[in-house]
Design a protein around this ligand. Structure first.
Ligand code: PEP
Ligand code: MN
Length: 338
């Protein structure tokens, strides 16, 4: 519920209402403005109705938040959220490129790909240390050693780093080594993990589940934000459909749909979204044209020898070419490739 106070309402009036909101077990929000104060009551709709604030002499109007995802909705927060990824800003007119191998495979391998990303103008490095593989017999990632490699190489090339977290028990270890967490498609509705990531302040790149609706993604983001961390970046990475020509069906509809309804930045993963290297560049450009705030893309210095997802990883020269073309598309839609 959004509560707009009358111009003459005092801080004390606002505080009394905030106390009533809190006493009902709801989350009170205080948004003082230059002309009037706006309050928010977030939580269970029935409890909110029982506040009965409509007749209050110091309240101008009370509007329900129509979206089920209350904190991430634009109804409450009309302006774009900008998430800091190291020195780089994600959202708010910038187009961000996070790139790197599917998995961190070793110091030499990661350094080579990181140099490619850096030279071509990428903004952040990706790489999995804990890999959610379909088969238990596939390469599972280097674990802590992979994190150390990411930290060292990230510092050497001067780029922030993003890696996937699979389990609550790994959060502290990962936080010690990288700039941002990634929650993968398979964990989008791991609610304990989402809540735990909400209780710390590092950015969270939240990928859409392969069988999740857009609303499910936004409600998953709500779990993180409601715990106190609003540094959330959403990511469309393709969904499972009856189509078998591509690994997933990249749902570009999701970009403008989410951008219109949520203030959070939205990235696209054209690598997992297509599963085919030759489709990555066209879909990355399409994502930029549709209004995405950036991409997360797999690049490998030697894709044919990659330990995972080589078939969808760009060659170094393809990545450099993509960066140039993205700059042109971003410019055409009023964004800047920083
Ligand atoms: C990844 O980015 O490495 C990954 C596993 O992606 P997703 O969770 O989208 O499958
Ligand atoms: Mn991958």
């Amino acid at each position: 519920m959004i509560i707009v106070m009358k111009p003459e309402a005092t801080t004390e009036d606002a505080r009394q209402i905030l106390d009533r909101i809190e006493a009902l077990g709801l989350k009170p929000l205080h948004m003082p403005g230059s002309e009037r104060t706006v309050l928010g009551a977030i939580g269970n709709e029935r409890a909110i109705a029982s506040l009965r604030l409509e007749g209050h002499p110091k309240i101008e109007r009370v509007t329900p938040i129509l979206a089920p995802y209350q904190l991430v909705s634009r109804e409450l927060h009309p302006h774009d959220t900008i998430v800091k990824l190291g020195e780089h800003s994600v959202g708010g007119g910038k187009f961000t490129v996070i790139a790197g191998p599917c998995s961190v495979e070793g110091l030499e391998e990661f350094s080579k790909t990181a140099a490619v990303v850096r030279e071509a103008g990428g903004h952040a490095l990706r790489g999995g240390a804990f890999k959610p593989r379909t088969s238990p017999y596939s390469f599972q990632g280097l674990g802590e050693q992979g994190l150390q490699i990411m930290q060292q190489v990230g510092q050497e090339v001067g780029l922030p780093t993003v890696t996937e977290v699979l389990d609550v028990s790994d959060i502290e270890l990962i936080a010690d080594h990288v700039t941002a967490f990634q929650v993968g498609s398979r964990n989008m509705q791991n609610f304990r993990l989402l809540r735990a990531l909400g209780q710390q302040q590092k950015p969270v790149l939240l990928k859409r589940g392969m069988a999740a609706k857009i609303e499910d993604l936004l409600l998953a983001a709500e779990y993180i934000v409601t715990e106190g961390n609003s540094n959330v970046i959403l990511c469309e990475r393709g969904i499972t459909t009856f189509e078998t020509a591509t690994r997933n069906t990249l749902d570009l509809n999701a970009i403008p749909f989410i951008k219109q309804r949520s203030h959070l930045p939205v990235l696209v993963d054209p690598s997992h979204g297509t599963g085919r290297r030759e489709l990555v560049t066209p879909m990355a450009l399409a994502a930029a044209a549709a209004g995405a705030d950036g991409i997360i893309v797999e690049v490998h210095h030697d894709p044919s020898n990659a330990l995972s997802d080589g078939q969808q990883s760009l060659y170094p020269e393809q990545f450099a070419d993509l960066m140039k073309r993205l700059a042109a598309v971003a410019d055409a839609v009023g964004k800047e490739l920083a």
